[in-house]
Design a protein. Structure first.
Length: 365
């Protein structure tokens, strides 16, 4: 190793942000391990890496002890022998003696290069991890690298992300080279480097798409309060405006429906219901069941449940195909919702009234 090697370390620090001092400390530790591996570990040794010219020196280390306390001459030296080297030595001092060999010089060069290569690899992994950990819960555009029945691999530039089948939109088929927007679900460190999981089925994807498409959401005037989604089929999103002069639903829909259309197109014609959020649970639940009309909402704050009455002809619409509308409304509001038709509610009320009357008659007897 030589001065050029030190200059190379300087370049690594400048270009890749790898701390030179930390790198040299790592090299010294690796050189110490290499020396003990190749020349035996009976001695205490110290490896010194010259930070100016790149030279390497190895020193044996022995502790100064009294003549009656000496146990291992590889590790210890008698006080009298030490003072023959220098009269200033005292018990407990450490005496060093250079034992560098030409052969170790070659081993040192190889070891140092291996350390540098490994550290570069680790630094690149750290750079990728730090880049994408900051993008977790955000949207990025990637290119499908390959896809099979269970997984799609998405090239994000520096790294390939994985998209499991559970995070794909049902019915979507991905082809190599296809550009897609994905939601970064998780970024984690592994022994093989960063691992990134992405999603197209997560509700966060819809939220981020609206943030990108609607300026009023981006600047905070319109807030997305909650999102409930069954990917590929339907999404319900509750929005609220901090400015009473701004219609939150109109802002999301856009002129002639242009804003919401762009998002629907991105999601493969997934239906999106945008509703107005309300702090009043009854109003919020009623709106969440859109497009169904609601007659009344009876809420139980303690149990966070609600009984919703709808017109008879709206019952199937309120419940939705396979219960989807009711299910999404419950997810959106985080309330348990029991939907009944007017005639069903009236019948139940009549039955309760009859039971009460019977009890009254029995008590009277």
């Amino acid at each position: 190793m030589n001065h050029e090697f030190i200059e190379a370390l300087d370049e690594l620090e400048k270009d890749r942000g790898i701390d030179k001092d930390i790198l040299i400390d790592t090299i010294e530790q690796a050189l110490l391990t290499a020396y003990k591996k190749n020349f035996g570990s009976a001695q205490n040794v110290r490896v010194e890496f010259d930070r100016v010219n790149g030279g390497v020196k190895v020193y044996s280390q022995r502790v100064v002890v009294g003549s009656e306390d000496i146990y291992d001459t590889f590790l210890e030296i008698e006080l009298d022998e030490a003072r023959a080297i220098s009269p200033n030595y005292e018990i407990g001092d450490i005496i060093e003696h250079e034992i560098t060999t030409t052969e170790f010089g070659r081993i040192a060069a190889q070891t140092a290069k291996q350390v540098v290569v490994q550290r570069i690899r680790e630094a690149e992994r750290d750079i990728v991890y730090n880049e994408f950990i900051d993008k977790q819960d955000e949207i990025v555009t990637g290119e499908v690298a390959r896809a099979n029945k269970n997984l799609a691999y998405v090239n994000l530039g520096r790294i390939e992300a994985i998209m499991p089948q559970t995070e794909q939109i049902p019915g979507e088929h991905y082809k190599a080279g296809q550009k897609i927007k994905v939601y970064i679900l998780e970024v984690k460190k592994t022994n093989k480097g960063p691992q990134i999981s992405v999603s197209r089925s997560h509700p966060g994807l819809v939220k981020r798409l609206f943030e990108m498409e609607v300026p009023e959401i981006f600047d905070g005037t319109v807030q997305i309060k909650s999102v409930a989604r069954e990917a590929g089929s339907r999404t319900k999103m509750a929005v609220y405006s901090v400015d009473e002069n701004i219609d939150p639903i109109g802002a999301c829909v856009g002129p002639k429906g242009s804003r919401v259309k762009n998002i629907v197109d991105e999601l493969g014609d997934e239906k999106i219901d945008i509703i107005k959020y309300s702090e009043n649970p009854a109003e919020f639940i009623s709106a969440a069941l859109s497009p169904s009309k609601v007659v009344s909402v009876d809420v139980n704050e303690e149990e966070k449940s609600a009984v919703v009455i709808v017109p008879d002809y709206q019952l199937s619409l309120a419940i939705g195909k396979e219960g989807q509308n009711a299910r999404l409304a419950a997810k959106l509001t985080n309330w348990k919702i029991d939907i009944k038709s007017e005639s069903q509610a009236a019948k139940e009320a009549q039955e309760v009234l009859s039971d009460v009357n019977e009890d009254i008659e029995i008590d009277a007897e």
